[in-house]
Design a protein around this ligand. Structure first.
Ligand code: ATP
Ligand code: MG
Length: 179
């Protein structure tokens, strides 16, 4: 069964920018997300029966074509659960945060009608940069500028292939937002 998730893909320039910044962290234990894989997850679907993909496509098509294009700006660097015990390093969203939350909630609601369970935790939009097996304290560099503005004009349905060398994400379908 294909493993699927819905995400906002990021501009090449942003991927390169974040990819370069990571070199400034002295964290040999961290598993950094490959530059080309950087994304903002809207909804994780997990393993899905192939026959269900048509329904997902139909649902996403219907909701995205009425959802206006919006701008998003990345904001601060941070970590889950916190910077003293970092397991996941991320960059969050400033401008456009509420709109991303609205879009994610809409996707969640519509997909729940075709059998995808709703997330129990609240949705915090973020771009994962790295993961750590053992939590470590991470000092952060206030001098690094994580801010980047771009226009979100589509949503992507990705398939994720988990490989020992890291996941491979393949876009299955792109859903343009309303211009
Ligand atoms: P790996 O699992 O090998 O570390 P990955 O997490 O990047 O790689 P996937 O597990 O396929 O790859 O996840 C795809 C996307 O969905 C990622 O952004 C991931 O953070 C997110 N995701 C995965 N599992 C969940 C989950 N249970 N709830 C919410 N988001 C999830
Ligand atoms: Mg994962």
């Amino acid at each position: 069964m294909p493993r699927l998730f819905i995400a906002i893909d990021l501009p090449e320039e942003l991927k390169q920018k974040f990819g370069t910044i990571k070199k400034r962290f002295d964290l040999p234990q961290a598993r950094w997300v490959k530059e080309e894989n950087l994304h903002l997850t809207l909804k994780f679907l997990g393993d899905v029966e192939k026959e269900k993909i048509k329904k997902i496509n139909f649902t996403l098509e219907k909701l995205t074509r009425n959802f206006p294009v919006f701008s998003l700006r990345t904001a601060e660097f941070g970590a889950f659960p916190n910077l003293n015990k970092a397991r996941v390093l991320w960059v969050d969203v400033k401008e456009g945060k509420e709109t991303v939350q609205k879009l994610a909630a809409l996707i969640e609601n519509k997909l729940s009608k075709i059998g995808f369970e709703k997330e129990k935790r609240s949705f915090e939009p973020h771009i994962t940069l790295a993961r750590l097996k053992k939590p470590v304290p991470v000092s952060f560099w206030p001098s690094i500028d994580w801010s980047y503005s771009f226009e979100v004009n589509q949503v992507i349905l990705f398939e994720s292939f988990l490989k020992p060398t890291g996941p491979i994400y393949t876009p299955l379908n792109a859903f343009p937002l309303k211009k």
